[in-house]
Ligand binder design. Structure first.
Ligand code: ADP
Ligand code: MG
Length: 362
């Protein structure tokens, strides 16, 4: 069953259009993450689903019913924001029960729902505290608890972890994943952090400039990006992108010459439409897909800039002859820090190709 359906959804502020036509279906119980750079329209889209922003054009359905003009409180949703804005003078218990009390729910039932939410979020020992007696992570859990007690069909989260420090963010990320497992409700979660998107989502929606770039499961987007934007946005460190020119084409492969790399030729397999000789393309290679010299593939010598050894993984920041910075990932490496130049090889079967407009050539 589809839980949420957006059809041709648009949003303008005055003459400026910020959401430019979004079509999306979200299945019941699905954890969907909207990800994209700051300003791309994630919050606006979420707030239109919540009913906090008017939908300029298009249709919004929740649970099969048109919701464009329905009051936020009647949409069966609950929203958790980045700034959790708890009532400072109320206890955790009162903060969590507030919306229910406001809605006129009976005292005994409020108590039951608050206690159930507190159990799920491990907040039971903290119920009588006030917000200033809590840590940042605990406050964020109370904000989530406030949403849980309302027993919504759909949870909306807008960058709920942005205000937390790195360690707490990882911790809360795991708690939110666990929460989804336990509650089994639809979640729409907004973040600019692609790691959060990769780790939490069943489905990721990549947004850019008010439009959807690609929708897919995390590893689908990683392994099979539709365009250079998604390729560069999903994955950390980023995919390496290098300019190249097609020098030969046909028989299910194109041969490229990397710009300013002398005679470095890469032959990349392509399935569909083969680009023409002379066409400028972009070659994408993930950091983990560079191999050491002598392992076959196309070899390329690069100048080492900085090496970071993290223990299990090392990152080599290097420059190609054309001055493009590339990042090479190595596992269990204990060397490379004392060499100025290294030769690496590209496995063409793992390389990505993009045309001049940034669309994937498959
Ligand atoms: P994101 O959450 O992806 O960072 P937003 O949805 O907040 O982006 O904003 C999308 C675009 O809409 C931005 O360019 C922002 O400046 C603009 N915008 C958001 N709210 C308003 C508003 N109330 N009035 C005018 N422009 C707005
Ligand atoms: Mg936002």
């Amino acid at each position: 069953m589809s839980s949420l359906k957006l059809t041709g959804v648009r949003k303008s502020y005055g003459s400026v259009e910020v959401i430019k036509g979004v079509d999306l279906e979200i299945r019941s119980k699905e954890f969907v993450v909207f990800v994209g750079p700051s300003g791309c329209g994630k919050s606006t889209l979420l707030r239109m689903i919540a009913g906090l922003e008017h939908i300029t054009a298009g249709e919004l359905e929740i649970g099969g019913k048109r919701m464009n003009d329905v009051d936020p409180s009647k949409r069966g949703i609950a929203m958790v924001f980045q700034s959790y804005a708890l009532y400072p003078h109320m206890s955790v218990r009162e903060n969590m029960g507030f919306a229910l009390r406001f809605a006129g729910v009976a005292k005994a039932q409020i108590a039951r729902q608050v206690e159930e939410a507190a159990r799920i979020l491990a907040l039971e020992p903290l119920l009588e505290r006030i917000p200033k007696e809590l840590s940042g992570g605990q406050r964020q859990r109370v904000a989530i608890g406030r949403a849980i007690v309302r027993n919504p069909e759909v949870f909306l989260f807008d960058e709920p972890l942005s205000n937390l420090d790195a360690e707490l963010r990882v911790h809360m990320r795991i708690e939110i994943a666990r929460l989804h497992k336990e509650l089994k409700t639809t979640i729409v979660y907004v973040t600019h952090d692609q790691v959060e998107a990769m780790t939490l989502a069943d489905t990721i929606v990549v947004l850019r400039d008010g439009l959807i770039e690609q929708v897919g499961r995390p590893l689908e987007l990683y392994d099979d990006p539709a365009n250079v934007f998604v390729a560069g946005f999903i994955g950390s460190p980023k995919m390496n992108l290098m300019e190249a020119t097609v020098t030969a084409a046909g028989n299910g492969a194109v041969t490229l010459e990397l710009t300013h790399q002398g005679k470095t030729q890469v032959s990349v397999p392509v399935g569909g439409s083969v680009p023409a000789v002379g066409q400028k393309v972009t070659l994408g290679v993930r950091p983990e897909h560079f191999a050491l010299e002598g392992s076959g593939g196309t070899e390329m010598t690069v100048n080492v800039d900085v090496v970071e050894h993290l223990g299990a993984t090392s990152y080599i920041y290097a420059n190609t002859k054309s001055g493009e910075q590339i990042i090479i990932e190595r596992q269990e490496s204990r060397q490379e820090d004392d060499r100025d130049a290294i030769t690496v090889s590209i496995d063409p079967t793992k390389a990505f190709l993009f045309d001049g407009k940034g669309q994937r050539i498959r």
